[in-house]
Design a protein around this ligand. Structure first.
Ligand code: MCN
Ligand code: CUM
Length: 792
């Protein structure tokens, strides 16, 4: 329960179990020996390239591929028509919609896939794209989600039978009538339109695939950038009709996923078709612009927020109506019953009397997606809304935003806390976390400094946010993705010499699973983490499970691994008893060893037990000749990590430029397996948050041209834009998780944008500003300053 100390670890105090174990994967990354998708080169491999639509909305009149096919290095040109013959032109999405693999009738967003060229090398494939002649008939694009439902708006999805508008779904949670009643009797109601703009996860490695179809035995080996290898395999089997045991998905090192690599993209399918057609392996890797323009974006929520409170600052209820822009195909990835993801946790960390949210999804002529970028299935949008609205309320009541939050927190004795939209928060103790953040920041002193600066006309802002997340999907009674229950498997195998291997269904993309999952086994069995190999990312070698997203690896797979290791330990106890000629119940466990109760000198280490099990020891009933174990874990609930963030900004009154001077983050993810990795996750997420709040933005012009299609326009933060993070932590274990751990992988991306925007708005308070939308670019901040009276 302290500030992060960040001690350097020496080999002498290397932990066996939880602790600051250095990352096992780093030696290969640091030496440039990572095994990324583009590092894969197979004999005879060909290269694919995708022809993309230059227009946001147009009918395809004709596609002429003659010249491209005549290119001496081209092996195949595949169009939507060709895929129609294979019944692959359209594919089901993860959200009960269909999406085009290659366009047949129309193009529906700029950058949409129209044709696929397979050639000897990457350059020839790209050259040949220019030889394809596509005739388009332009249609009016629908770009602004607010106009998507206008009468007379062009119908984007005329491929769907009977479709006469751009409406996708309506969904609600909470009690509308009860909420309206509370609003009607509240002293104070504040409302604001809060927009979370379209952003993009932009991982370092873009998406790609190498497909290798063997026509002799009918086996498809598919190297892919995927966060969910098993789920992908099952979907390919269901959609393409290739038997599941004839598909092997291999995900190597993934240079960042951030939700970008959950879905199946047309390029992957085209690589497979390319390999089947040519009989050779085909590689496809997108470039940066293709990644930004066509793959899973994030957010794009227009939220009407309302808060009802008493004059004294007791928050009574929250309510919101959301317009969700899903782009041209509804391809968001989330559990089936949750079309707006876990957005209904917008009730935040507060004890409320009522809450209601309704979400309407619409089609627009933009790339599909929506659930990505460390969002915990839309908890990003939920937390941003409620934490922005609490500040709007604080301004209205003229109360300090930190005090207002402290006054309204769910109290520790209320956990497990059933919120008003159907969640049960597993555990929490919010006030100490908030107080620690205020303590590290020196909150009262910061407010004094701000007052002095304001008197001099300087613009300093202090932004507070407090978030609760819901991560670790999920219990199979509530959650599935396309009918697959959201559980994960783990296998622990102990070799005769006491070294071990653990096989996972989840997939690291930089989170350090090779280290932390070894630590879970180490903690349970006392085998040093360096003696435990973690295998993942190969469907032929690992048990089935739904993969890594929604910070579910620790909550779900972590539970599976801990329980599998405990099964190993139970078997080891029985064998140790046989070896020591005593009864299992007469043995005591200390990490790595069973000994006889009352006589600690008589015992067997886990390594000795492993050798005994594989040796000539007469095995007890119920134990065969190994210590191995396998578990598929169905979590009883999600986990609810939380945290308090405080951001300090200085705004240049001459240019509107925002400088993040300080950022304090106190997180609580329950038991921390590896505090160094946890900190790394937080540091990365905070940088994401600063980026979104100040710089990152995928915009479109009226024709639907993507204005964020390169890193010249889509600005991501560097070390120049972020401060030295000041972190602290509290530990409130999850009561239902085998090791008490909650997820952490998305917390900081979820919690930090409201802290930054609250700080910017706070800095602009002298101008009467109570809200502004992200990204708070110099131009926008400048405009916000101009529209209002100049400060005293
Ligand atoms: N951990 C821990 N103690 C805890 C919780 C987690 O030591 N109490 C460790 C875990 O063992 C794991 C890491 O922290 O090594 C993250 O764990 P977890 O919170 O379970 O999240 P996942 O492993 O499921 O990762 C997914 C999450 C998501 S959804 C996005 S998006 C995101 C994120 O992770 N993408 C990332 N962090 C990322 N970090 C990197 N480097 N690259 C990405 O693509
Ligand atoms: Cu929502 S991004 Mo992560 O869940 O892979």
């Amino acid at each position: 329960q302290a500030r992060e100390a960040n001690p350097a670890m020496t080999s002498a105090d290397r932990p066996i179990g939880f602790g600051r174990v250095q990352r096992k994967e780093d030696p290969r990354f640091i030496r440039g020996k990572g095994r990324y998708l583009d590092d894969i080169v197979l004999p005879g491999m060909l290269y694919g390239a995708v022809l993309r639509s230059p227009l946001a909305h147009a009918r395809i009149v004709s596609i002429d591929t003659t010249e491209a096919l005549a290119h001496p290095k081209v092996h195949a040109v595949i169009t939507g028509k060709d895929l129609e013959g294979l019944n692959l032109a359209w594919a089901p999405t993860l959200s009960a919609d269909v999406m085009a693999i290659l366009a047949t009738d129309k193009v529906r967003f700029q950058g949409q896939e129209v044709a696929f060229v397979v050639a000897d090398d990457r350059y020839s494939a790209r050259d040949a794209l220019e030889l394809i002649d596509v005739e388009y008939e332009e249609l009016p694009p629908v770009i602004d989600a607010r106009r998507a439902m206008d009468p007379g708006a062009a119908v984007i999805r005329d491929d769907l039978e009977g479709r006469t508008d751009n409406h996708i779904f309506d969904w609600e949670a909470g009690d509308a009538a009860a909420t309206a009643a509370v609003f009607a009797r509240a002293d104070v109601v504040v409302s604001e339109e809060v927009v979370y703009p379209r952003v993009h996860p932009a991982p370092m490695e873009t998406c790609g695939a190498v497909a290798d179809y063997d026509p002799i035995d009918g086996k498809l080996t598919l190297y892919e950038t995927t966060q969910a290898p098993h789920a992908h395999r099952t979907l390919y089997a269901m959609v393409a009709g290739i038997p599941e045991h004839k598909i092997r998905i291999i995900a190597g090192d993934i240079g960042g996923g951030f939700g970008n690599k959950v879905g199946i993209y047309p390029g992957y399918v085209c690589a497979v078709v390319g390999s089947i057609v040519t009989g050779k392996p085909v590689k496809w890797v997108e470039d940066r612009s293709e990644n930004l323009m066509s793959t899973s974006f994030a957010r794009d929520y227009i939220m009407q927020g309302e808060v009802a409170a008493t004059r004294e600052g007791k928050i009574l209820a929250v309510r919101t109506k959301v317009l969700a822009d899903h782009g041209a195909f509804n391809a968001t990835a989330q559990p089936t019953k949750y079309p707006a993801g876990f957005f209904s946790i917008f009730t935040g960390s507060y004890d409320l009397e009522a809450a209601h949210c309704s979400v309407t999804g619409v089609y627009t002529n933009k790339a599909p997606g929506g659930v990505a970028y460390a969002c915990s299935f839309r908890v990003t949008e939920a937390v941003y809304l409620v934490e922005r609205m609490v500040d709007v309320l604080a301004a209205e009541l003229n109360m300090d935003p930190a005090e207002l939050r402290l006054k309204n927190f769910i109290r520790p004795e209320q956990f497990p806390y059933p919120n008003k939209t159907g969640w049960e928060y597993d555990s929490g103790d919010y006030e100490p976390t908030m107080r620690m953040a205020m303590d590290i920041a020196g909150y009262p002193e910061l407010r004094r400094e701000q007052a002095e600066k304001r008197a001099r006309g300087e613009l300093m802002g202090i932004g507070v946010s407090f978030f609760t997340e819901t991560v670790g999907a999920g219990p199979r009674k509530h959650m599935d993705i396309v009918g697959l229950g959201m559980n994960d498997g783990a296998e622990v195998r102990v070799h005769p010499t006491g070294k071990a291997v653990v096989r996972l269904s989840v997939q690291t993309q930089g989170q350090g699973h090779e280290t932390t999952f070894a630590q879970i086994v180490a903690e349970e069995l006392g085998i040093p983490p360096e003696d435990i190999e973690v295998v993942h990312g190969d469907t032929d070698q690992t048990p089935f499970g739904l993969g890594t997203y929604g910070s579910r690896s620790t909550p779900v797979s972590g539970g599976a691994v801990a329980l599998a290791a405990r099964k190993v330990r139970d078997k080891a106890r029985a064998v140790a008893a046989a070896m020591l000629e005593t009864r299992p119940e007469d043995l005591e466990w200390e990490k790595g060893r069973f000994y006889v109760k009352g006589d600690p000198s008589v015992g067997k280490t886990i390594q000795e037990i492993a050798l005994g099990t594989h040796g000539t020891v007469a095995l007890p009933d119920g134990v065969d000749g190994n210590l191995d174990a396998e578990v598929t874990y169905d979590p009883p609930n999600l986990t609810f990590p939380f945290g308090a963030y405080i951001c300090v900004v200085d705004v240049d009154p001459g240019t509107g430029k925002v400088k993040v001077r300080r950022f304090v983050a106190v997180d609580d993810c329950g038991t921390r397996i590896n505090p160094m990795i946890v900190e790394g996750q937080i540091h990365g997420g905070l940088a994401d948050g600063v980026g979104m709040a100040l710089m990152e933005f995928i915009g479109f012009d009226e024709q639907g041209n993507c204005l964020g299609g390169s890193f010249m326009d889509y600005l991501i933060p560097t070390s120049m834009e972020v401060p030295d993070w000041e972190t602290g932590y509290t530990v409130t274990p999850s009561p239902h998780h085998p090791i008490g751990a909650k997820g952490i992988g998305e917390s900081a991306t979820v919690g930090s944008p409201p802290a930054v925007v609250n700080a910017v708005v706070d800095a602009l308070a002298p101008f009467g500003v109570t809200h502004m939308d992200m990204p708070c670019t110099p131009a926008r901040v400048w405009e916000a300053m101009q529209g209002r009276p100049t400060p005293p």
